[in-house]
Ligand binder design. Structure first.
Ligand SMILES: [Mg+2]
Length: 145
């Protein structure tokens, strides 16, 4: 049985590296090959949802084997992502935390709460708000991205 509690990206990274090394698969794990494998797995993940229409959160009507299959495809995506980051020399955990910080700046709660608008639309509103309110913080989201 797999010990799942508290699993970390670092643990997955090490296990994937070991898995590939034991099989002499490092020779195949180039960034491009891993990216294509990742995209293929995203396709397999999409197939799990294909033709089901919108489904409620928690998937209450799904059979146990369907959820298990979903877990397998989610894992394939995660594991290839972890491996790709490792092969590219990117610390995925650090990069993800940094990206979340950037997203928090890009989408400040004050301007985004309850809204699904994209950054450019929010920025437009923020700029309009800034013109009306000189204390606005919209300058921090005007990052040009
Ligand atoms: Mg798969």
């Amino acid at each position: 049985m797999v010990e799942a509690e508290g699993v970390t990206l670092e643990e997955l990274r090490k296990r994937m590296a070991e898995f590939a090394r034991e099989r002499d698969w490092d020779q195949f794990h180039s960034p491009r090959n891993l990216l294509l494998a990742l995209v293929g797995e995203v396709g397999e993940l999409s197939e799990v949802f294909q033709w089901k229409g919108e489904v409620p959160r928690g998937l209450p009507d799904w059979k146990e084997e369907e959820k298990e299959h979903l877990g397998e495809e989610l894992s394939d995506v995660l594991l290839y992502l972890v491996r790709l980051a490792d092969i590219c020399g990117v610390d995925l955990g650090k990069a993800a935390l940094r990206k979340m910080e950037l997203n928090a700046i890009k989408y400040p709660v004050k301007l985004c709460k309850g809204s699904s608008e994209k950054h450019a639309e929010i920025n437009d509103h923020g700029t309009a708000a800034a013109a009306a309110d000189s204390s606005s913080t919209t300058n921090i989201i005007d990052d040009g991205v």
